[in-house]
Write a protein that binds this ligand. Structure first.
Ligand SMILES: [Zn+2]
Length: 129
């Protein structure tokens, strides 16, 4: 079963209130903020996560593989079960609204995902800015 297609069909089936594109975008932003809030709570309230905030030095003449191996300063390997579940639920909500937006735009989420994977394979390593 194609899980992206299944999610897109469920979003179409169950989202009946405010299915307008701008409302869905707003819900995505709200849920993105909730995800950030949950990650910050894991670090600052629970203490099961460590978020690196220091500027990390970038070595000159490093290749992509060396850059990828640099530590981020984060330690998310010790998430407690509660924080882990909450972060998964927040991320799931984002996926739901992405599926709902794809429905509103009459896009196929599986096709979008395939295209993104092809793009990544073509471009290779990239750095977030
Ligand atoms: Zn925790």
């Amino acid at each position: 079963m194609n899980k992206l297609l299944d999610l897109q069909q469920k979003a179409d089936e169950y989202l009946v209130v405010n299915p307008a594109a701008l409302q869905i975008l707003l819900q995505m932003q709200i849920n993105c903020l909730r995800l950030q809030q949950s990650l910050l709570a894991a670090a600052n309230t629970c203490g099961c996560a460590k978020l690196g905030t220091d500027k990390l030095p970038l070595p000159e003449n490093a290749d992509w593989k060396q850059l990828k191996a640099l530590p981020t300063g984060d330690d998310l390997t010790k998430l407690c079960p509660n924080c882990r579940l909450e972060l998964q639920e927040r991320l799931g909500a984002l996926l739901f609204y992405a599926a709902a937006l794809a429905n509103t735009l009459n896009f196929d989420l599986t096709e979008i995902c395939d295209r993104e994977i092809d793009k990544l394979d073509l471009l290779g390593y990239f750095m977030m800015q």
